[in-house]
Structures are given as structure tokens and as C-alpha cells.
Design a protein around this ligand. Structure first.
Ligand SMILES: *Cc1c(COP(=O)(O)O)cnc(C)c1O
Length: 372
């Protein structure tokens, strides 16, 4: 089973193998787009497509029919722009920091305007260029993070000249609790969003993230912005995950040993064995995105056998208890599963006390990456 990912010599130059299934990514996009029909689905490819490589993910999604791509920061949009043809629209969720506007206009990148100051700055460039510039307008429906507050929306409605020279493509907002279907904040935010968006009656809407696509038809309005579900993460907390897994991570063994009872394992001597224990040291650690919180909580897998992490996770390695495997099963270079069929991304995140988003975006750059 592991031989297929390990047959190439160059795989052994890296601490492990990160396999990214672009076919599963495409299936997930088509699934979400079908749920959104007749509305459309964009793709959120911020933070290097949640750590999976925007340079591969975005073109694959374009090939699947996606034409709207969201990144968080302007530099991410600049890096991605040459990889997509001009019919693909690239939006910057955080909008622009002062001074970035001319470059944004020159590269045909679309800012999300989150404040009246960002509106004014973008308009000033439109005026200087003597042409209208496209933008999305974010309103804050109750997350208090980004977007125009209700009183600022009212000011805009009272002074429409503040938007002159701008071509508003849609009004957007973002849910704070979309992964919690029972949370009342979802319906409250939707109602607030509809009320605020009514100030811009001729302009399209953009609302649902991954979780919201599964909240009910009233949330599937306008263009959706899924991220985590594309990458195989669960859109809804505590429920069965309908998405296809996209990521698999196998890490190599660098050493095995047998220690007696009473041995102190790793930094701080944080784990003391209570019987003779066979150990394997794995070639990846927190610098490769495996959280320190997995120490004495998480596990690796070999076939059907769970191998508990013992002691603290080091920067470049960690130690697992392999006593449950027959002796000599693992040796120098053997791969063990960290994310895969026996342990999902959510399992790893839960063991580390975090969320799948954080695990994905932290997977380091030292793995050998295979795109299927
Ligand atoms: C990150 C982000 C998304 C994507 O959210 P997922 O939960 O990953 O689907 C959508 N919209 C905004 C504004 C975001 O910041």
C-alpha cells in the first residue's frame, strides 16, 4: 500500500510525502457547485490554497469550470494572476493597504472593499486612470472583523456619489458560525446581510463559505466562497464529512530502538515508559506543521495499527510507540501515515486541540509533494 508513494528515490530526500489528490479536489468543487446551482461557486485559495499549493490548485479548479478565486492578501493575488487566464477573476479578501491600489488596477485584480477608506482609495485611482474599476463591497453582518458597519452602509446609501467610478460586482459578507448549524447567529447574520444588501438593489450577492452551503437553501444565495470543503475538510462540525479527502501525509522513520521501563523520552523527559517499549523516531516535527500539542495525544498509523506519539513533538522529529507492531516491521525509511485513510485531517486537528484549517495551512514546505 505504501510502496506506490515511496518507490522513487527522491522521495527519501524529504521527511515525508504529502500527496495532494487534484481529482478529489475537482470532485469536491463540482459537488459544491452542483449544490449551489443555479448560483455559482467560487474557490477560496488564500494562504497558498490552504497550504496545498495555489499554483496547482487554482489551475485545476479553473479547468473544472471555476472562474472566481479569492485570496486574502494582495501579494497572493499578484503571484496567482499570471497562472490564470484573464477570464478568471481574482479577489483580495482583505482589500488593499494604502499604496497598493495602482498595482492592483494594473494587474486587473479586484479588491474587496471593507471600509469607507478603502472605497475612497480605490475610487481615487479610478478617477486618476479615467476609467471605472471593479470591486466587491463587504458589509459586516455581525462578525465584527471586516466590512462596512450598518451606519457606514447607511452613509453610502445617502451619498451614492461615494461609489462613482466603481463597478460593484457584488455585496458580500461572512458568517462567524457556519460550521454550527444550531447556532442562532447564522440566521441573524443572514437577516442583517439581506437588510444591508437591500441598499444596493441591483448588485449581486456573495455569502456562503463551505459551512453555509450546508445550512439550507436560504444561505445559498449568489456566489459562494468555499475553502476548506474543497480541500476535503468537514464543512459542518460534528457531522459526517461529505467531502472527498484530498490530502494524505506519510512520514519516514529515521530510527527505531527498544528502551527499558523507566526511560525518559524526548525533551523535558516528559514521557517515562512503564515497561519495555519499542520506539520509532519519525523525520518530521512541529517545523513541518505537526503541532506540539500532539505530544502524548496524537498518533501515527502503520496499516491497521495505531502508533501513539510519546513525549513531546520536536522541531524536526517525534517519537511513536511501535510496540504493537511485530518486531522489525519498521526500519529506516519506512513510511507511516499521519493523515490518510486511518486518521483524517479532523482527527489530527482534534488530537492537537485545533481545527483542520490550521493543520492544513501549517503543513511545511519540507515534504516531497506529489500531485495526483
Ligand atoms: C476563508 C474565508 C472563506 C472560506 O471559508 P471556508 O470555511 O474555508 O469555506 C470564505 N469567505 C471569507 C471572507 C473567508 O475569509
Amino acid at each position: 500500500m505504501f510502496a506506490d508513494v515511496c518507490e522513487r528515490v527522491e522521495d527519501m530526500t524529504a521527511p515525508g510525502i504529502l500527496t495532494i489528490d487534484l481529482a478529489a479536489l475537482t470532485r469536491n468543487y463540482l459537488d459544491l457547485a452542483a449544490r449551489m446551482a443555479p448560483s455559482r461557486a467560487a474557490a477560496v485559495v488564500k494562504a497558498d490554497a490552504y497550504g496545498l499549493g495555489a499554483h496547482r490548485v487554482a489551475p485545476a479548479l479553473y479547468a473544472a469550470g471555476c472562474r472566481d478565486f479569492f485570496v486574502a492578501q494582495f501579494a497572493e493575488a499578484l503571484a496567482l494572476r499570471p497562472l490564470l487566464t484573464s477570464d478568471a477573476r481574482l479577489y483580495v479578501l482583505n482589500g488593499l493597504l494604502p499604496g497598493a491600489e495602482p498595482a492592483c488596477a494594473a494587474h486587473g485584480i479586484i479588491p474587496v472593499l471593507n471600509s469607507l477608506e478603502q472605497v475612497a482609495n480605490w475610487r481615487a485611482v479610478a478617477r486618476r486612470l479615467g476609467r471605472s474599476l471593479p470591486a466587491a463591497l463587504q458589509v459586516d453582518s455581525g462578525m465584527c472583523r471586516l466590512g462596512l458597519a450598518p451606519e457606514e452602509v447607511a452613509r453610502l446609501r445617502g451619498a451614492p456619489q461615494m461609489l462613482e467610478g466603481l463597478e460593484l460586482l457584488f455585496v458580500m459578507s461572512h458568517l462567524a458560525c457556519a460550521d454550527e448549524p444550531a447556532n442562532e447567529q447564522n440566521a441573524e447574520q443572514l437577516a442583517t446581510f439581506r437588510q444591508l444588501a437591500a441598499s444596493f438593489p441591483d448588485i449581486g450577492l456573495c455569502f456562503a463559505n463551505s459551512g453555509a452551503i450546508f445550512l439550507g437553501s436560504e444561505f445559498r444565495t449568489g456566489l459562494a466562497r468555499p475553502g476548506i470543503a474543497l480541500y476535503g475538510g468537514a464543512p459542518t462540525g460534528g457531522a459526517a464529512n461529505p467531502m472527498a479527502p484530498v490530502v494524505r501525509l506519510d512520514v519516514h522513520v529515521v530510527q527505531t530502538r527498544t528502551v527499558p521501563a523507566g526511560a525518559r523520552i524526548g525533551y523535558g523527559g516528559a514521557h517515562v515508559t512503564h515497561r519495555e517499549t519499542r520506539l520509532a523516531t519519525l523525520a518530521a516535527g512541529y517545523a513541518d506543521g505537526l503541532p506540539r500539542h500532539l505530544g502524548d495525544r496524537g498518533a501515527a498509523w502503520f496499516g491497521e495499527t495505531r502508533l501513539p506519539i510519546v513525549g513531546r513533538v520536536s522541531m524536526d522529529s517525534m517519537t511513536v510507540d511501535i510496540s504493537a507492531l511485530p518486531p522489525d516491521t519498521l526500519k529506516l525509511g519506512s513510511p507511516v501515515e499521519i493523515i490518510g485513510p486511518h486518521q483524517t485531517l479532523e482527527d489530527v486537528a482534534t488530537a492537537a486541540g485545533t481545527i483542520a484549517y490550521e493543520v492544513l495551512t501549517r503543513l511545511g514546505h519540507r515534504y516531497h509533494r506529489i500531485y495526483r
